[in-house]
Design a protein around this ligand. Structure first.
Ligand SMILES: [Zn+2]
Ligand SMILES: [Zn+2]
Length: 301
């Protein structure tokens, strides 16, 4: 079975700590490596996580505050060094194009990899590929900042026992799929009799924001919601002031969106223990966990 997991490469907010590197989050999903918000030091975190950087084929930058993008240039240079042959897609808010360019071309290097840029200026579907649909929504952070939703394509699954019983095999299966029905030994077999649609899973990433509707909308029904919670409720005034969420607010988003699991991250350096965040969020949303550097969360079907 193909890999489906989320690797936390960092979990701090603006200021890293001894235990928490700048944020960076890698979803390994089927054949894809989706890297979100590579902060400073992301390249080295890959080494600690024992993962080869070339798994990355898509990089998402929510916004251009340093803790979400300072590792972008070095990651691109690393992929260049590793001579990856697949294209690297980069998604970011269009208004930050000049920051993207500076990070990409910040130092001397001979770029040989293929970087495909997706500057995003409006919310909605960003890309509809064979494997995934990628959507973005603007959050409320005082600067252009995007939340992401990645949804796996729906797939038709066949009941192998039924196919065998009805003696449908090989090219006939393909024909049945294409035409919707098939006559086998004088009997009409409908496609839905022997197969069903497996809905694709979705994940959502909500980075720096105040409480807002678009955070709920983008996360609707997601299997995993990775969400910032910079503060605890006791510092709600600071959360408001700096356009961030508390753990309780993140839980509220998770609950209203009906997600399966909430993973909190982007913790302020003022807090030592992430379990305090988990405790606060679980009062509203029980299936909550905290990101910790190098922790792995599997999300099997
Ligand atoms: Zn941040
Ligand atoms: Zn920010």
């Amino acid at each position: 079975m193909s890999v489906r997991d989320l690797i936390i490469l960092g979990s701090s907010s603006q200021q890293p700590t001894r235990k928490r590197n700048h944020g960076a989050y890698l979803f390994r999903w089927n054949e894809e490596g989706l890297l979100f918000d590579p902060g400073e030091g992301t390249q080295r975190q890959f080494i600690y996580a024992n993962i080869a950087p070339p798994v990355v084929n898509r990089i998402f930058v929510s916004h251009f505050h340093g803790d979400h993008c300072l590792g972008l240039g070095s990651m691109l240079m690393r992929l260049n060094l590793d001579k990856v042959t697949h294209p690297i897609h980069c998604y970011y808010p269009a208004s930050g194009k000049k920051y993207f360019d500076r990070l990409r071309y910040g130092t001397i290097y001979h770029e040989t990899i293929e970087v495909i840029e997706h500057p995003i200026s409006k919310a909605g579907v960003v890309e509809e590929g064979e494997n995934f649909r990628i959507e973005a929504a603007f959050l409320e952070h005082g600067v252009d900042n995007l939340a992401w939703r990645v949804t796996e394509s729906d797939r038709r699954k066949f009941d192998k026992e039924k196919l065998k019983r009805l003696k449908i095999m090989g090219p006939q299966v393909k024909k049945l799929q294409e035409e919707g029905s098939l006559i086998v030994e004088g009997r009409l077999v409908q496609l839905d009799e022997v197969s069903w649609i497996r809905k694709g899973d979705a994940i959502a990433v909500v980075s720096d924001t105040r409480m807002c509707r678009s955070a709920v909308e983008i996360a609707k029904g997601a299997k995993i919601l990775l969400c910032e919670s910079t503060y605890l409720e006791e510092h709600r005034d600071l959360a408001e002031k700096h356009h961030h969420l508390t753990a309780r607010q993140a839980a509220k988003i998770a609950k209203e969106a009906g997600v399966e699991k909430l993973i909190l991250t982007h913790f302020s350096a003022r807090y030592l223990y992430v379990q305090d965040f988990v405790r606060e969020a679980r009062e509203l949303f029980s299936n909550t966990e905290a990101a910790e550097d190098l922790k792995v969360f599997a999300f099997p079907r």
